[in-house]
Write a protein that binds this ligand. Structure first.
Ligand code: ADP
Ligand code: ZN
Length: 611
């Protein structure tokens, strides 16, 4: 056998053809003994950056990881590829832990995953001093930042590694796109001198889409039925109650939809998370408490029924879709109510003025993102300081361009109506006044006598709602924190005075009700794109049920046997022997010998069936 190289390890151990992005440079840097700071999006392929040096450098690589679930997943995946990997955490018995420690000290392991709190114990430090070390990898390194959302105090002590083991290369990795968090990370981990590797944060396989919310549950159901029937996905809602009712609604319609929020008993949460990971076709309906530590690669969609507070959260939450690189959707339903609610929340929250100002800017960016008429991906990346040269062709505004309309007069009428009625009311009542509707409230307030009564009959109720939504989103109208009523601000005045021309986004007309959606039937976008050849769908299902049984026997999630990208590549390449199987993405020596014969048998049988 020749001396193993990064390339040969990538091919033989991991079953991949070529390195992606800057993986190779990062690996070389570590092999030469340098430190590294790696900023790469979710699904970009961070793990290989330290796993391959961990395998190639003499000694044991110590990988710091914040969650037991993440460690188990990574270790199991490495073992499936025949790599000597293990973890040390509270899930092991004392006996098992001792065994693992012994193997580590003897240099029998390529990679050991540990929790940060364990790493810092005097006992573990002593073990480390006797272990032949190849490198330290700090995964999810943004956990060290107090500014970020996943702060873990134990991460703060990791800086000590630099002093105690100055000769051992260190690599810290994160998918955070937030520049402040990144800087804090480098400083706290004493990695300001480390070489930085920054990848594009674009997730080209994720299709971004935002629809105007009118019947959210029904819209969600249509979306799932028409594009993700049979797929795994995550649905985010803001409140526990909505989580419960949405999960129940989907379950009533035949989907395996499980709730997840902080109010559920610990066992229920753990069980629902376990099922999401270990089964296929499970939809988790969750508050944002769900997601950290979920490495499931085949999440085909992330749906938001409520708006995230800022684009950082939006990017992070939607980023949980499509880690495997196959087509995935980020879908969101958004309404005037969301815009009002978020503005109201922010204004009534505690916190100093500067904090609030920053939060307002972030919310403005989030709402602006919902209302843009240009490419969403360009806007999202621009927010994080990255330039995408061309529109992406994989977001809603690229796929079906939105129209705009000149709405200066409409905006003036809408604002003027706020003023004439005393700056106390929300959109519902204001729209009645504009349309000249005699409701009890209109009569009670005597608003049939204000000058804006009935001056807006040229637009429909939903068009006025759209106008108010866009005025609030653009902060041309303020929301009273206590009541949620509208009031004018300085920017409203410039509109009223005609100093600013207003262009509104024309909301696409809602899909026609009735038979149409049914006629299209239940479908999965992935299947449509992957299984084009005749009979491919049948083969896909056969391979999937083989994967399911094998995974069950081995007690691991199906995606650790093969992920969907590997299945798709098998269908594309139709391998007929071992050599051809090895060319499939994700099949290396170990998986060939574990599963190769059976896969070839399935293909053979399938070919006989279809001819
Ligand atoms: P991250 O940790 O950055 O989110 P992972 O390391 O989990 O991403 O990688 C995402 C997926 O891409 C995994 O299924 C991984 O095996 C696969 N992958 C990584 N590098 C390559 C490569 N060079 N070629 C093909 N697939 C790769
Ligand atoms: Zn686009």
């Amino acid at each position: 056998m020749h001396h193993p190289t990064p390339e040969s390890t990538l091919q033989h151990t991991f079953g991949y053809e070529a390195f992606r992005g800057n993986q190779r440079e990062i690996i070389d840097n570590l092999l030469e003994g340098g430190d590294a700071l790696v900023l790469m999006p979710t699904g970009g392929g961070k793990s290989l950056c330290y796993q391959i040096p961990g395998i190639l450098r003499p000694g044991t690589a110590v990988v710091v990881s914040p969650l037991i679930a993440l460690m188990q997943d990574q270790v199991e995946s490495l073992r499936q590829n025949g790599v000597k990997a293990g973890y040390l955490n509270s899930s092991l018995s004392q006996q098992e832990a001792l065994q693992m420690e012994r193997a580590m000290v003897q240099g029998d392991m390529d990679l050991i995953y540990v929790a940060p709190e364990r790493l810092m114990t005097p006992r573990f430090q002593e073990l480390l001093s006797r272990t032949p070390l190849s490198l330290f990898a700090i995964d999810e390194a943004h956990c060290v930042s107090q500014w970020g959302h996943d702060f873990r105090p134990e991460y703060m002590q990791l800086a000590i590694l630099a002093e105690q083991f100055p000769q051992i290369p260190r690599i810290a990795l994160t998918a955070t796109a937030d520049p402040i968090v990144r800087e804090e990370m480098a400083e706290r981990l004493h990695l300001t001198q480390a070489k930085r590797f920054v990848s594009s944060f674009d997730r080209p396989n994720i299709r971004y889409r935002i629809v105007v919310k009118n019947a959210p549950k029904k819209q969600l159901l249509d979306f799932i039925e028409q594009e993700h029937h049979g797929d795994a996905g995550i649905v985010y809602c803001l409140s526990r109650k909505k989580v419960e009712s949405t999960a129940a609604w989907l379950a009533d319609r035949g989907y395996t939809a499980l709730p997840y929020h902080a109010g559920l008993p610990q066992q229920v949460r753990a069980e629902n998370q376990r099922r999401f990971i270990n089964e296929e076709q499970v939809i988790i309906v969750a508050t944002i408490a769900f997601g950290m530590g979920i490495d499931k690669p085949d999440v085909r969609f992330v749906a938001h029924l409520d708006l995230p507070k800022n684009l950082e959260s939006y990017y992070q939450e939607t980023g949980r879709a499509g880690r495997d690189g196959l087509p995935a959707d980020a879908w969101m339903a958004y309404s005037l109510g969301d815009a009002v609610f978020l503005r109201q929340m922010l204004d009534s929250s505690d916190g100093n003025e500067q904090f609030k100002r920053i939060q307002h800017q972030k919310l403005n960016a989030m709402l602006g993102f919902c209302e843009i008429t240009g490419c969403r991906r360009q806007a999202l990346l621009a927010y994080f300081g990255e330039t995408l040269e061309k529109p992406c062709d994989n977001c809603d505004t690229c796929l079906s361009p939105v129209d705009t309309w000149e709405g200066t007069t409409a905006a003036q009428k809408a604002l003027s109506c706020v003023y004439r009625t005393g700056q106390r009311f929300g959109s519902g009542h204001l729209i009645h006044v504009l349309l000249g509707k005699m409701t009890d409230k209109v009569e009670g307030c005597g608003h049939e006598n204000v000058s804006t009564f009935g001056i807006g009959k040229e637009l429909s109720e939903s068009e006025w709602r759209s106008v108010y939504r866009q005025l609030v989103a653009a902060a041309l109208l303020s929301v009273e924190p206590q009541t949620g009523g509208f009031r004018l601000n300085e920017k409203s005045m410039t509109v009223l005075k005609g100093q600013e021309k207003i262009h509104f986004r024309k909301d696409p007309s809602p899909a026609r009700k009735g038979k149409k959606s049914q006629a299209r039937g239940r479908a999965s976008r992935l299947m449509e794109e992957v299984c084009v050849a005749p009979g491919a769908r049948i083969l896909w299902d056969k391979l999937k049920s083989y994967r399911k049984e094998t995974a069950k026997e081995a007690g691991v999630p199906p995606y650790l046997v093969f992920n969907d990208a590997t299945l798709a590549d098998i269908i594309d390449k139709m391998p007929l022997d071992d050599i051809e199987l090895l060319a499939v993405s994700g099949i290396g020596q170990q998986k060939l010998s574990s599963y190769g014969d059976e896969i070839l048998a399935i293909i053979d049988e399938h070919l006989k069936d279809i001819v």
